[in-house]
Design a protein around this ligand. Structure first.
Ligand code: GLN
Length: 473
């Protein structure tokens, strides 16, 4: 295996002809084909090799030319099976291309395959799927987190140089944290959602996993082109973070970072130790921490599970075996056939959420639950805006623990609590970078923190994460 671990280093090696795109692709395909951690649902070997050969002929121009990557199987890819990690779409071959896939492939990246996830993005462990759980390569008794767990694992096991997941309530930052990678959730509206199978439309954003903030910058620059097919994307043009990082001469970290210390107090001891250590290190390098309070964040999980499930119940209504999805042949009339297709096609967790969401939106209850949750969502947003009057970023844990074991039985509610620190960011529509920092004194697994920025401060956040990475590594 070549020793280039990052997009940027691999790009330099490709440019200097130390390796060809086809050789690089073959190295990553070899791991993908062995699939040691049950990462892949669909491999695109021939497709990848054709593309790599084309790139070898036309030469290396862009940073992403010839870079192998994977997509969470929630992204629509033309003529390539797209399952959403679900029996419902087991054999679905889309007739069109989604924007995330086309942007990255047009920038030269080579698609190695489609990787697993919790069905329709619902979960925090990558276990809610008929395709089976994915191993954490660092210790196979443990899980990589979810719902985009397989995306994180594909980077860690080196079957991809980067991967794109979706972050609705933390599904990229949580696995990034559990796997010791960078995971970036953009401002809501920064990337297109066209061709991303919807879970909760007001929260979902395509979000990358990579090994450095510079790699995240390279990916985000390609993903943020204006897309007239999605009216929820802000038409403000592509980012240019890569050149900002490469041309940056100012290494100083004269930042003010807000911190609500009660969040850290509530973490498990091993995580808390490392968070406190990261704060000390940042302070040594010029960062000033300022105490803030975010009083409404304690309602985030409740608000999220009303809003996300309400939106999911509406988005998933199309999967009835007639319009889309698995179709049961047992039904004796139309209504019964809908019911059977949905009860056999969806996993238990999806059904739980569709039921909850339908209840929250039902007449007589929607004011009490859905409308009420929308009001509290606004208060959570206001808490962050108040904080940003006093600081550049907000510091937060990603999760109170490290990764958990496969046999650690949790109730659905215990599982939902893993997203306590990631969910507020999605509710407020803000950008956030999960940064790896240290490993646990209990089990040696990775730990880290997140930095939350104000809306559309994506370029600044990625540049500052790069500077922080340089001083902490
Ligand atoms: N774990 C959260 C959920 O199950 C977040 C999922 C996500 O971000 N896609 O809803």
């Amino acid at each position: 295996m070549s020793d280039f671990n990052t997009i940027y280093d691999s790009h330099l090696a490709l440019k200097d002809k130390k390796i060809s795109a086809t050789e690089l692709c073959n190295e990553y395909l070899k791991v993908a084909k062995e699939n040691p951690n049950n990462t892949f649902i669909t491999l695109t070997e021939d497709y990848a090799l054709n593309k790599a050969q084309e790139i070898d002929k036309s030469g290396i121009k862009n940073h992403l030319d010839g870079i192998p990557f994977s997509l969470k199987d929630l992204f629509i890819t033309k003529n390539i099976r797209t399952t959403a990690g679900s029996k419902m779409l087991y054999n679905y071959i889309p007739p069109y291309e989604g924007t995330t896939s086309s942007n990255l492939q047009n920038a030269g990246a080579v698609l190695v395959g489609k990787v697993g996830c919790d069905e329709f993005g619902m979960g925090s462990s990558n276990e809610n799927t008929p395709f089976g759980p994915v191993n954490l390569p660092l210790n196979k008794d443990y899980l990589p987190g979810g719902s985009s767990g397989a995306s994180a694992v594909s980077v860690l096991e080196k079957s991809s140089l980067f991967s794109i997941g979706t972050d609705t309530g933390g599904s990229v930052r949580l696995p990034a944290n559990f796997c010791g990678l960078f995971g970036y959730k953009p401002t809501y509206g920064r990337v297109s959602r066209y061709g991303q199978i919807a879970y909760a439309s007001s929260l979902d954003q395509a979000s990358p996993f990579a090994r450095t903030p510079l790699d995240i910058a390279i990916i985000m620059d390609a993903m943020t082109k204006n897309d007239e097919k999605d009216s929820t994307q802000a038409p403000i043009g592509a980012m240019s973070s890569t050149s900002k990082i490469l041309n940056n001469k100012d290494k100083s970290l004269s930042l003010v970072i807000g911190i609500d210390r009660s969040m850290i107090e509530n973490c498990r001891e091993d995580v808390r130790e490392n968070l406190n250590q990261s704060i000390k290190e940042l302070e040594k390098n010029g960062v000033k921490f300022k105490d803030i309070t975010l009083p409404h964040l304690k309602y985030s999980v409740a608000v999220y599970y009303v809003i996300a499930t309400s939106e999911a119940s509406s988005n998933l209504a199309r999967f009835d075996g007639v319009h889309f999805g698995f179709s049961s042949t047992e039904g004796h009339d139309l209504e019964n056939s809908y019911a059977l297709s949905r009860s056999l096609g969806f996993h238990e967790e999806v059904k739980r959420r569709v039921l909850l969401g339908t209840f929250c939106l039902s007449s007589g209850y929607s004011d009490e639950y859905y409308s009420h949750a929308c009001k509290v969502r606004r208060l959570i947003y206001d808490d962050f805006q108040k904080a940003f009057n006093e600081c550049d970023y907000v510091y937060s844990p990603v999760c109170a623990t490290t990764s958990f074991k496969k046999d650690e039985l949790m109730t659905p509610l215990q599982m939902y609590m893993n997203d306590l620190y990631t969910i507020p960011v999605n509710l407020a529509g803000l950008p956030s970078m999960a940064l790896p920092y240290g490993s646990s004194s209990l089990n040696s697994l990775p730990t880290g923190f997140q930095l939350i920025g104000n809306s559309f401060k994506d370029e600044e956040l990625i540049l500052d994460s790069h500077k922080i990475f340089e001083v902490l590594k």
